[in-house]
Design a protein around this ligand. Structure first.
Ligand code: UDP
Length: 336
């Protein structure tokens, strides 16, 4: 049985990935500082899978704690999710983003090296494509950062590349996520952002629950079929399964490779509103407002590389995503 250290394992994507890894018989050790999640999530992961996880509370920048984790556990590979991820906040607090996201990765890689653990899956993002050079986006498209959050992802990709060049024993999978949404079908884990959400689906969910009066659609004059922004939404459970496939891959061979994890399909903001309304049988009031600064018209993935190399592709539908997202919000409202 292999043991995977999951940094940020109680977060949105981390928790779903832990569930899929446990279902696939991996041992899981989590490190999380709960800056954007709660310790109870670890219990939910165990409840869903009926398996144990080992949980350490702390920040990945903490060399001593990481060293202790590697001493107390035989870690075979790491999935590195931990990091700050709010675009707007990163513009307001760039130093906080650079310090946390870069420092934690450097610390992790140093401690991994010291312990001769050279297998890592890194959570990157489609944000590294900046303003898309062409659509669908494939892994060879031009990379650029449009905000400090995106820059941290891009720099870390560069750090991993240099590390591999220096030592070919490393085995590195860089996963570029498109727009993860939805929740586990149990309704026990999902996305639960603090305050007013920045992302579309959590915002729609809050409108559905009458916690916010209406959705603001950021522009309907884009060059897209209905004028609203188009994105590649992917069910978080599909995404989690992509991590399991990536872990298998890094155990097979050394190297560094980059994978888009998306569905390859683009849906508009209005598509999401209509689908949410029909699957959940609820009205979502909205108004059209000005474009949001920095938004692109359309962004969706070419998924061929992940299909060929990882033998992975998304199978769940937009309906599945929006049904499960709403279900989870109702469960947490009841306080479970
Ligand atoms: N969007 C919107 N209203 C919101 C949040 C998002 O109209 O309250 C739009 C946004 O302009 C984009 C799409 O929904 O076209 C997805 O936005 P999100 O922030 O979820 O993802 P990202 O822009 O990072 O891909």
């Amino acid at each position: 049985m292999k043991t995977i250290l999951v940094t940020g394992g109680t977060g949105f994507i981390g928790s779903h990935t832990c569930v899929e890894l446990l279902n696939d018989n991996y041992n899981i050790v989590i490190i999380d500082d709960f800056s954007n999640s709660k310790p109870e999530v670890a219990e939910k992961i165990m409840k869903i899978t009926n398996k144990k996880v080992k949980l350490y509370e702390g920040n990945v920048c903490d060399t001593e704690l990481l060293t202790k984790i590697f001493k107390e556990n035989q870690i075979d590979a790491v999935i590195h999710f931990a990091g700050y991820k709010a675009v707007g906040e990163s513009v307001a607090k760039p130093l906080m983003y650079y310090r946390n996201n870069i420092d934690s990765t450097l610390t992790l890689l140093e401690v991994m090296s010291d312990n001769n653990c050279k297998k890592i899956v890194f959570s990157s993002s489609a944000t590294v494509y900046g303003n898309p050079e062409r659509l669908p986006l494939d892994e060879s498209c031009h990379l650029s950062a449009t905000n400090p959050y995106g820059a941290t992802k891009l720099y870390i990709e560069g750090i991993l590349k240099d590390l591999y060049i220096s030592d070919n024993e490393w085995s590195i999978a860089v996963l570029r996520y498109f727009n993860p949404v939805g929740a586990h079908e149990s309704g026990l884990i999902g996305e639960n952002p603090n305050g007013i959400p920045n992302n579309l689906v959590p915002y729609i969910v809050k409108v559905a629950n009458k916690e916010l009066p209406e959705l603001n659609i950021f522009g309907n004059d884009y060059n897209t079929p209905d004028g609203t922004g188009v994105r590649d939404y992917i069910h978080v459970v599909d995404l989690a399964r992509g991590h399991v496939k990536s872990v298998e891959k890094i155990f097979e061979e050394s190297g560094i490779d980059y994978y888009n994890l998306g569905t390859g399909k683009g849906y508009s903001v209005l598509d999401l509103v209509k689908t949410f309304e029909s699957v959940n049988n609820i009205k979502i009031p909205y108004k059209i407002v000005a474009r949001r600064k920095g938004d692109v018209a359309a962004c969706f993935a070419s998924t061929n590389h992940a299909k060929e190399k990882l033998n992975w592709e998304a199978t769940l539908t937009l309906e599945d995503m929006l049904r499960s997202a709403y279900l989870y919000s109702k469960v947490i409202k009841k306080g479970y």
